[in-house]
Design a protein around this ligand. Sequence first.
Ligand code: FAD
Length: 317
Amino acid sequence: MLKRAFSSLILAEHNNTKLAGGVYSAINAADYFNEETTVLVAGENCSSVAEEASKIKGVTKVLHYDNPVLKNHMADVMTQTLQAVQTQYRFKRIIGATSQFSRDIIPRLGGVMNTQPISDVVRIMNEKCFKRPGYAGNAIYTVTTHQDFILLTIRSTSFDRNPVSKTASPIERIDLNIPFRPVMTWVSQNLEANERPELGTAKIIVTGGRGLKSKDNWHVVEGLAEKLGAGVGASRAAVDAGFCSNDLQIGQTGKIVAPNLYIACGVSGAIQHIAGMKDSKVIVAINTDPEAPIFSVADYGLVADLFKAIPEIIQKL
Ligand code: FAD
């Protein structure tokens, strides 16, 4: 069995062409340990992703595993892959960015490797001690582990994104010889076409809530987003009412975002929504109700009817 000194393994989320933005933050989190950082790029025909990963500052090495069975990154076969890599290389820890992808894989790996994962880490105190939010961000837990092998997911908005480096680290193409036992079958994928910036990386986000009143009015928030080059987000009430697709949901059960500017339009500011956007640098709220809780986290509040205010803002911009 090989034993190597690579200490952190980053589980890379990607679409076989490009890395997800959170991977850059997971590498930044690994820098804290001041040890070697290896990135695992597993998928099908994903050599361009391995190259991208090799050029990120802080990466010591990239392990590239290509296999058609991993084309859709299903959690069962990805977990088997990670387990095989860990058995061979013996990393001290495996780190993923908190996302649907990691949430599906890291707990499975914890199950098969008898390790309790520590999820959604917002701060690394030391090698064994981490801070993570609870109660929709209203409490921060300090968690200490006594396990030698550690599984972490990190909240991307709490860590910087490592920049691209001038030099590329080596890429090792690996052959794992895994007897895959898929228990899930890939059926299909319906991707929502969204030309707006991705919520995880958008510098400005315009969010619509139930105050938009109907799907026919959704173009009002899209119009403002278009003018500002912003991403579009939604409250759960807006998603549940069918105003937009559910991948736009921000909050405790949606995406966690921290843009430079967050504009909430017709959103009341329920704690479950605030949990997903309160780390935004500047928060603007437009709401007819001066008592709406969103104003308690807003830097700028406009008590106004969004159907009048937004067209005026667009015109002034
Ligand atoms: P409302 O609370 O109905 O607010 C609409 C607002 O629009 C009101 O403040 C009103 O004054 C204003 N308004 C109305 N008309 C206008 C107008 N013309 N101009 C300007 N303002 C106007 N919610 C999330 O968002 N994200 C989550 O991830 C999430 N997760 C949840 C998880 C759990 C377990 C639970 C129980 C709930 C969760 N929720 C989540 C739901 C949350 O509790 C709220 O119900 C939801 O956020 C409300 O959405 P809203 O602000 O759009 O709607």
